[in-house]
Design a protein around this ligand. Structure first.
Ligand code: RUB
Length: 312
């Protein structure tokens, strides 16, 4: 399991960050692991796959995109009657190629749609680092739209710096603020765009800690707040009452040499209530958070299929 374990370590250490990068890295590792597998029959291939799945799922708890993609590959292999490692490996490669291809098409479409919300002269506020939001910015630059971005630094891991660097490279005028300055700057903002780690059946969105505060502030100031995301971040278990788990990270990320008796909490994500979301910008267009489950049912029915949704 060397390839999978190494990928898992990189994901845990946040060397790979953002829901999309996590999902793509995990799928790639899973398939590459099969390339070097020594399993000599169907049962052992599937057992290895299950083990890899467990390792990868444990890396970041709040990542349904990774879970949906891996469950899909595993289910396709299990549902096939292929027997040899060779056959199963080539099917896994085929399914993952298809997922990647569809993902890139969805990304392109989402970026085109989202970029139209950025009008000339707009100042857009974003939080953390989302590759989906970045693609929207990139597309707006490509369209020749003149706009500015305000980026939060995003404590404790400063993912805002990744966004800031990318924007500066794109030639976008960018201003960084501390997370607690959002309310002071919202009045100078025309639009808020954030990414997503998970979408629930009720249309709530889970994203980097602090996102719900940004949404609340935008709501108070009547500034449109949009989430840019792939729909595969939907967590099908939420239909059956499960909550998405919120990953809690190490306290040292907040304070390395903190006094011994100090209690530190470090949740990585929080929940943006659907009432604060103007729209979800995705491969299906700009949709209402209320319609999310229906859209999933139509576009990705396999996400709701039994093996994917039933709690074990
Ligand atoms: C990143 C984060 C991003 C989403 C969406 O958190 O919250 O907004 O993952 O990213 P972390 P993307 O840095 O802890 O992974 O649009 O790239 O999927």
């Amino acid at each position: 399991m060397k390839i999978v374990t190494e990928a898992a370590e990189r994901i845990k250490r946040l060397e790979v960050q953002g829901a999309t990068n996590v999902a793509l890295t995990a799928v790639k590792a899973l398939v590459e692991q099969m390339d070097v597998s020594g399993a000599d029959n169907r049962d052992s291939v599937l057992a290895e796959l299950a083990k890899a799945k467990t390792i990868l799922f444990k890396t970041r708890e709040t990542e349904p995109f990774m879970r949906n993609a891996i469950i899909y590959i595993e289910r396709t292999l299990r549902n096939s009657d292929l027997q040899t490692l060779e056959e199963l490996r080539s099917l896994a490669q085929e399914v993952s190629d298809r997922l990647f291809e569809e993902f890139f098409q969805c990304r392109k479409r989402t970026a085109e749609i989202g970029s139209k919300r950025i009008r000339p002269g707009y100042r857009v506020l974003t939080h953390c680092h989302s590759s989906a939001v970045k693609m929207v910015f990139k597309e707006a630059v490509k369209n020749g739209t003149d706009f500015e971005v305000i980026i939060t630094e995003t404590r404790p891991k400063y993912q805002g710096r990744i966004t800031a660097r990318e924007l500066v490279e794109l030639g976008v005028k960018t201003t960084m603020i501390v997370d607690s300055a959002v309310r002071s700057f919202i009045k100078d903002t025309d639009l808020v765009l954030v990414g997503s780690d998970a979408i629930t059946s009720e249309g709530n969105v889970i994203n980097k800690i602090g996102s719900s505060q940004v949404a609340l502030v935008a709501h108070e100031a009547r500034i449109p707040f949009y989430v840019v995301t792939e729909l595969l971040k939907f967590n099908p278990l939420t239909i059956y009452g499960d909550y998405e788990t919120i990953e809690e990270r190490d306290a040292t990320e907040i304070w390395e040499n903190a006094p011994e008796k100090l209690n530190i909490r470090n949740p990585a994500f929080d929940v943006i209530r659907r009432d604060y979301i103007h729209g979800i910008v995705c491969e299906e267009g700009i949709i209402s958070p209320h319609s999310v489950t229906e859209v999933i049912r139509r576009r990705y029915p396999w996400v709701l299929e039994p093996l994917g949704i039933l709690p074990s």
